[in-house]
Design a protein around this ligand. Structure first.
Ligand code: NAI
Length: 462
């Protein structure tokens, strides 16, 4: 049994960042994690492995579709699935090992095991009870279940199982056209699987700017993904090594079935707080199972905080990281601030899709006067050279003040390009500020500047 200033529960991006920040600020800190490796869902079974698979399969796609045009002749590579999975495992190991190194460097104790909070100021792991002046819950989330659908992580899988299938399915049905469904659907489509996506709503990626969502669907369809929209899944039946999905079309209530080797359930995630003993502690929760916190991430019980996927807001690793730093700084007596208006979202398909701030739809709802500056990647020299001319940058700015209110990019490196707009928004910039900033030629980022120019007197290359 030991005594700490702070014990963080969970070593995902929220928890490990919080622990490191606490240590940097001079606090004695431990982080409790029950997995064999640090990094949580993101590093072990989420963001990082999926990006390795997206990278590998994008390379394959380039070899199959664009190499010959560039004069790179020869047979396109064939897929060694075992090797691809071991590349993915190696990528995970490098990243999780990196966090272990950072813990040692910053003198963060890793308490291995699953934590519970028997009372405020105490954290129990196995038979040991540790004292902590402050406890930060960063226990993350788990895939939410769907009535009538039993996940076995072999034939009917969540993202975890989908990243470790023992063979590439001939046909994959994805339930849910959200971020997980489309990223992993893209991976298997590029590997030759027939991919059918069934989505409850009438558009893919709910919450995304509608114009971008339509363009995104067109591009994915061209890549071979098939979509059934407006369809409510009723259940999945597994027989042998096949699974049959039954769904009803919402427009006429007609019932249909579809069979595949693998079904990926990607219908959202929910906070994971099992076993912490929050009920007994009397911690207030919302009806959605999220822990209620104030602006300093404090729960209703003194000395207990919560961050990341366990509380309200987008379930994103980088949002959790920012909250992890902020809660640590708050405990240290500083006055941190997370700007929830400037949290980017990225879908790592090809092309990538990225967004920040308001959409046209949310601005209309608010009755705000805005202008749109758009620029297609077809007008960008670098994109054309790199077979990346599809897509566009769209900047939304206040009609009167020109202040940037939001931005949406579908195209090459969108997930990186979005950040110059994030910085601009953080500093309250006008579109003209971006337009007057010199951008190196030839880069994709010129498309961002051109979209900013389009908010004013016009883009040059459109
Ligand atoms: P999501 O919320 O992005 O999408 C779920 C989709 O499933 C929605 O389109 C929803 O309408 C649909 N759906 C719900 N019930 C359905 C039903 N019964 N039948 C058919 N469709 C149904 O959730 P997803 O993709 O599972 O991701 C979970 C979380 O993980 C999200 O918060 C996401 O932001 C995060 N994530 C982020 C990534 C990134 O930033 N690149 C990558 C992967 C996950």
């Amino acid at each position: 049994m030991s005594s700490y200033d702070v014990i963080v529960i969970g070593a995902g991006p929220g928890g490990y960042v919080c622990a490191i920040r606490c240590a940097q600020l001079g606090m004695k800190v431990a982080c409790v994690e029950g997995r064999e490796t640090l990094g949580g869902t993101c590093l072990n079974v989420g963001c990082i492995p999926s990006k390795a698979m997206l990278h590998a399969t994008h390379m394959l796609h380039e070899a199959e579709h664009n190499f010959a045009t560039m004069g790179l002749k020869g047979k396109a590579p064939s897929v060694d699935w075992k090797q691809m999975l071991s590349y993915k495992e190696e990528t995970i190991a490098q990243n999780t090992g990196g966090i272990e190194f950072l813990f040692k460097k910053n003198k963060v104790d890793w308490i291995k095991g699953w934590a519970s909070i028997p009372e405020a100021g105490k954290v129990q792991v196995g038979d040991d009870v540790h004292d902590a002046k402050h406890i930060v819950i960063a226990s993350g989330s788990e895939a939410s279940s769907l009535p009538g659908v039993e996940v076995d992580e072999k034939t009917v899988v969540t993202s975890t199982g989908a990243l470790a299938l023992n063979k590439i399915p001939k046909k994959l049905i994805v339930i849910g056209a959200g971020v997980i469904g489309l990223e992993l659907g893209s991976v298997y489509s590029r590997l030759g699987a027939e991919v059918e996506v069934i989505e409850f709503l009438d558009a893919i990626t709910p919450g995304m700017d509608a114009e971008i969502a339509r363009q995104f669907q067109r591009m994915l369809t061209k890549q071979g993904l098939k979509f059934t929209l407006g369809a409510a899944v009723q259940g999945v039946a597994v027989k042998g090594n096949k699974a049959t999905v039954t769904y009803k079309l919402r427009k006429d209530d007609s019932e249909h079935q579809m069979t595949a080797d693998t079904v990926l359930v990607a219908t959202g995630r929910k906070p994971y707080t099992d076993g912490l003993g929050l009920d007994a502690l009397g911690i207030e929760m919302s009806e959605r199972g999220q822990i209620k916190t104030d602006s300093k991430y404090a729960t209703n019980i003194a000395g207990i905080y919560a961050i990341g996927d366990t509380i309200a807001g987008p379930m994103l690793a980088h949002k959790a990281e920012d909250e992890g730093m902020a809660v640590a700084e708050g405990i240290a007596g500083q006055h941190p601030h997370v700007n929830y208006g400037v949290i980017p979202g990225v879908i790592y398909t090809h092309p990538e899709v990225a967004n920040v701030g308001e959409t046209e739809e949310t601005l209309k709802e608010q009755g705000r006067a805005y202008k749109v500056g758009k620029f297609p990647f077809m007008g960008n020299a670098r994109a054309k050279a790199n077979f990346a001319g599809e897509g566009f940058v769209k900047i939304l700015a206040d009609k009167e003040t020109d202040r940037i209110l939001g931005a949406h990019i579908i195209g090459p490196m969108a997930g990186d390009l979005i950040h110059e707009i994030c910085v601009a928004m953080e500093f309250g910039a006008a579109a003209e500020d971006l337009a007057r900033t010199c951008h190196a030629h030839p880069t994709y980022s010129e498309a961002v500047r051109e979209a900013a120019l389009a908010c004013g007197d016009g883009a040059i290359h459109a």
